[in-house]
Write a protein that binds this ligand. Structure first.
Ligand code: DON
Length: 567
């Protein structure tokens, strides 16, 4: 009997082992904040809440866009703005997609060599700090254009909570306290006096911005033209010219946001819609994803040696193309069809091998891209009607040019630095471009912003984006792959450690202390250079995912003060 029992137990153990082998273990997905109908994820709790409240009042994603964007201008002056620009990518409930370009433009008086001295050398800081760094702002035109076409509520209803926020104030976070401190002396140097944001502000202090409340009230009353032709325009131009800017009233009057055809491509069963030029985001994302599509990333594993190698090599090739071919499509012919064709992209990867890095100088004839700054902001919105938007907006550097129009209550951008001041030579952020991105009057400077919407089998899956200069594209890429290939939830995908390669400099930048030491060692052994110390974070991704049961999951990046709010 004992023998029989023993044999039986062996058989049971054997069977259970066998069964375990056949079990397909699905990874347990960790979820973030969940709502049923609508959500905003942005860089500030206040802005997400104001956007979500607008939808609760019956507004849609485009109404919420106007509210969120302006609330960020109040509570997140580091990147939220009236004096900057941005890009919107949308997908309507019926599946129609589109994109709006409200990128800044070079002023009419701008010229190709405006940042060069007599010997043709780039004058340090001229394109980054102070009045000459400023491009013609597009944000107010952008939010009005989108809201006019698709919104449901009236502008006064949308802007009133934002005006209240400016009047009643917002609370300084620890991150903000640190940033205000870091920029203190520069604010004074550029503006010739203390401004609202360098008054020794501490965490939990409240900042009231009455000047901005007044500007927003005039805009709410008089509409878009208030900013481009009205009293605000006149005040702004007078202020800018006193400061030494070349921007005129004509520049403001001529500014227009432009509807663009977004970049759209397939990856497995996903349809991805992202920003077209003058952003490089969609093109590069399309290139990288097409180059890696035939590799079995899922079986390699998240942040595994092979997955990192494949992605890095595809990134190198895409960024090499970016620097040479991309610029404002209204000024340069971009061979978009070729750049995004699978024949071309598969050809680009034929010299890839897992044995060693492809040498950077064998990849293209090229021009080099260095690092960009880390001070843009992205927000994602899904409304209760099924519309989804992804919006990335920026002043470029933190607080833009640092020029602060204190009568109007906002900073002006330093977006002119996204042009290539001298083709072939790095700008302040190390960015080198080619002729395609040289300065010309009314031209839009090349961007990396990548607001992106993902569909799966014809249904909305995700809206996503991030700040981070040139790391924007690779952060968006990794977040999509984390969900699609590595079965993560939205918050989990946002939290996961990120890496970045942009062809030149010839290195893989990784978030510190976040990667397996063994994998780093193996990459180094293969010949890759690793930079773990450039900055503590790569990107601040905000996104919304539609879960299998039709709910919305927010991914609000805790690398910042970001927050998801919805209902
Ligand atoms: O448009 C661009 O690509 C840059 N001006 C973005 C700058 C940026 O992302 C800075 N912040 N994170």
């Amino acid at each position: 009997m004992r023998k029989i029992l023993f044999m039986l137990s062996i058989i049971i153990v054997f069977l259970s082992c066998k069964e375990e082998k056949n079990v397909v273990k699905t990874k347990e997905i960790q979820r973030g904040y969940i709502t049923d109908k609508a959500m905003v994820v942005s860089a500030r709790q206040e802005a997400s809440k104001i956007g979500a409240d607008i939808m609760a009042k019956g507004g849609n994603a485009f109404d919420a866009m106007m509210a969120t964007e302006m609330a960020l201008a109040v509570s997140y002056p580091y990147a939220g703005n009236l004096g900057g620009g941005g890009f919107l990518v949308y997908r309507l409930a019926d599946g129609q997609v589109g994109a709006l370009d409200y990128r800044e433009k070079a002023p009419l008086a701008a010229s190709k060599d405006m940042y060069l001295d007599e010997d043709g050398n780039v004058i340090p800081n001229k394109s980054t700090v102070g009045p000459l760094a400023i491009g013609v702002p597009g944000t107010v035109a952008g939010i009005f254009e989108a809201q006019k076409r698709f919104g449901k509520l009236d502008v006064k209803t949308i802007l009133q909570p934002v005006i209240d926020l400016a009047n009643n104030g917002f609370i300084v976070t620890k991150n903000q306290e640190n940033r205000f401190k870091n920029y203190d002396s520069l604010f004074t140097a550029v503006n010739g006096k203390k401004i609202l944001f360098n008054q020794d502000l501490k965490q939990n202090d409240r900042i009231l911005n009455f000047a901005l409340a007044e500007t927003l009230t005039r805009i709410a009353n008089n509409g878009r033209d208030e900013f481009y032709k009205g009293e605000t325009a006149k005040k702004l131009v007078q202020f800018l010219q006193e400061k030494g800017s070349i921007i005129t009233l004509e520049d403001l009057e001529k500014y227009e946001a432009k509807w663009r055809k977004p970049i759209q491509f397939q990856y497995d069963d996903l349809t991805i819609t992202s920003m077209s030029p003058p952003s490089s985001g969609g093109v590069c994302l399309n290139q990288i994803m097409t180059m890696v599509e035939d590799f079995d990333l899922k079986s390699y594993g998240h942040n595994s040696l092979k997955a990192i190698q494949v992605l890095v090599e595809a990134e190198k090739r895409a960024y090499a193309d970016r620097s040479y071919y991309l610029g404002d499509p209204d000024f340069v012919d971009i061979p978009l069809e070729t750049l995004t064709s699978s024949v071309y992209l598969n050809e680009r990867m034929t010299d890839f091998t897992f044995k060693a890095p492809t040498p950077v100088d064998s990849i293209s004839h090229g021009n080099i891209i260095g690092y960009e700054s880390d001070e843009t902001t992205h927000y994602s919105i899904v409304d209760q009607f099924g519309n989804a938007i992804a919006v990335t907006t920026t002043l470029n550097g933190g607080y833009g040019s640092k020029v602060y129009a204190d009568d109007l209550g906002f900073f002006l951008n330093n977006e002119m630095d996204d042009f290539s001041s001298k083709p072939g030579e790095p700008n302040y952020y190390g960015l080198i471009g080619a002729e395609a991105n040289s300065i010309a009057p009314e031209k839009r400077m090349l961007s990396s912003m990548t607001p992106t919407i993902v569909e799966k089998e014809g249904e909305l899956l995700m809206t996503v984006g991030t700040p981070g200069g040139s790391t924007i594209i690779t952060s968006v890429l990794q977040t999509i792959l984390n969900v699609h290939e590595f079965e993560m939830g939205m918050q989990e995908a946002v939290n996961a450690p990120r890496f970045h390669n942009q062809w030149l400099p010839d290195e893989i930048r990784i978030e510190p202390n976040a990667f397996d030491k063994n994998i780093i060692k193996q990459l180094i052994a293969k010949g890759y250079k690793i930079n773990e110390s450039r900055s503590p974070i790569i990107g601040i991704v905000d996104g919304i995912l539609v879960t299998d049961d039709g709910k919305l999951e927010g991914g609000a990046d805790k690398r910042g003060d970001d927050a998801a709010v919805g209902f």
